[in-house]
Every structure is written in C-alpha cells, then in structure tokens.
Design a protein around this ligand. Structure first.
Ligand code: ZN
Ligand code: ZN
Length: 254
C-alpha cells in the first residue's frame, strides 16, 4: 500500500572529518526516531565505509537507512548518490576511493575519520583525506552513477560553496539531473523566483546534519510503495502516482 514517508537523505556520520563524534549510530537513530523520520541516508564525504554499520543499527530502530555518499567532484560540486543494492554501492564506493587524491587526513585540523561497526567499536581511522575532491568531473560522476545503477542529485544547490550553482553558475540541462537538493534553511519560494528556469525540477530538502541537533531541521516527504531508492527516484520523476512534497516550504512540489 502506498503511503507518505518522511525522509532526510543527507546526514553525516562520525566518518566525515567535519561530522561530530556525537553522531554515533545509536544516538543518531534515537534522534531520527524522536523527530519522526522514516527514511534516512548516511552520506559521508567520498566514502561509504560506515553505511553498513549504520544500516544495521537503523534496523533495530525500525528506520530505513539507504546506502549513500556525498561525492565531491573535481569541480568541487557536492552530489548525493544513493543505492538500494550494497553490491553496487560498494563497487561505486571502491572506484570513488581510487579516484581520490592520495593525501592523508590531518585529524588535528579536520577531525578524525572514524570507521565503526554496529556495536560502535572503532574499526579503523580512515587515513586518506575524504575532504578533498575526486578526480572525477561532474559528468564522470553521472557516468559512474549510471554504471552502478544509483540515483543522484546535486546537493544543497542554493548554497554558495560546493554546490553546482556556486561552482558552475547554473544547473546544466541534462536528463540525468531531475532532482536538486536544498539546504535546510532554503526559502524555496524566493529561490525559485531567483531561478525560474529550475521550476520543473524536483526539490529534496535535507538537514545535511553534522550534529545531532540538526537532524530533523529539514526533511522531504515521499509518497511511495516501499521505502527504497528506486521508489524515491520514481517519486522525483512523478511516475505511477508517486509524489513528493517539501515539508518546510509547505508547498506541493509537483
Ligand atoms: Zn556538501
Ligand atoms: Zn553534507
């Protein structure tokens, strides 16, 4: 049966150097439950090494946690990429890892990059600096996402830094780009007034939480048959009665 799901598809874990260590899985899921979200995506910078652990804990809390990552392209554009299938997600993640510059993280400056297991034990510290760009261009990111059957949307397009509009000045018209991420504080109405050419895109507002108290600051509602990435993609394309609505803007997004 189809129903509405509340989703926040852009949340960082303790693996992100800028993410707080308070974002350990149990505390994070507790907060997700508290604010009433049904679907989340853990989207660390350029790595999916914590996805499985967080997903396992999410199950205990009856939360759907899909596999995600926030890719930073060579142009310094942030892109959220989501997968239903771990095998494909993992294939994408290992190619992405190989595309990162071989520079070590500086934990004193950026913070630790902590890989943990579902019991919240530290498995290792990721040494490669995840904060840097991949050598993949934005167009190559699109190609890799297609190859691995993922769903992507440019992140926080209304932000000045690390967004497709901030870096390129506009959203290029490409059939693979039909959904755009927004920051939690985005005023969608005035954003659309300033960017009228984007009115037919589907907008997904997320918290981009790095701290627990940011979880729930924004989310998007999806009308789906099941809480999966392929259903979310269908909703963005308005296929087969799937729908999407922005919570904060209080405006039906279709
Ligand atoms: Zn970002
Ligand atoms: Zn982010």
């Amino acid at each position: 049966m189809m129903r509405w799901y509340k989703a926040d598809l852009h949340i960082h874990s303790v693996l992100s150097p800028c993410g707080s260590l308070e974002m350990a899985p149990k505390a994070l899921m507790k907060k997700v439950k508290e604010v009433g979200l049904d679907i989340i995506a853990i989207t660390d910078h350029n790595s999916m090494s914590n996805c499985l652990a967080y997903q396992q804990v999410a199950k205990e809390f009856d939360i759907t946690c899909v596999y995600g990552v926030e890719v930073q392209s060579a142009e310094e554009i942030h892109v959220i990429v989501l997968f239903d299938d771990w095998h494909k997600a993992n294939g994408f993640a290992s190619e992405l890892y190989d595309s990162l510059l071989p520079i070590d993280n500086d934990p004193d400056y950026f913070g630790d990059q902590v890989v943990i297991n579902s019991s919240e034990e530290i498995v290792r510290f990721e040494e490669r600096a995840l904060i840097n760009s991949s050598i993949w261009s934005f167009d190559q990111v699109i190609d890799y996402v297609q190859n691995y059957d993922g769903f992507m949307f440019p992140a926080h397009v209304d932000a000045v830094s690390y967004s497709i509009i901030g870096q390129l000045g506009f959203v290029p018209s490409q059939k693979e780009i039909f959904a755009l991420g927004l920051t939690a504080k985005c005023d969608v109405k005035s954003f659309l007034e300033q960017n009228e050419y984007l009115k037919d895109y589907c907008f997904i507002q997320n918290s981009d939480a790095h701290y627990l108290n940011q979880i729930g600051s924004a989310y998007t509602e999806f009308f789906l048959e099941a809480p999966t990435v392929s259903e979310i993609k269908k909703a963005c394309l308005k296929q087969a009665d799937r729908k999407i609505r922005l919570r904060l803007a209080n405006k039906e997004n279709n």
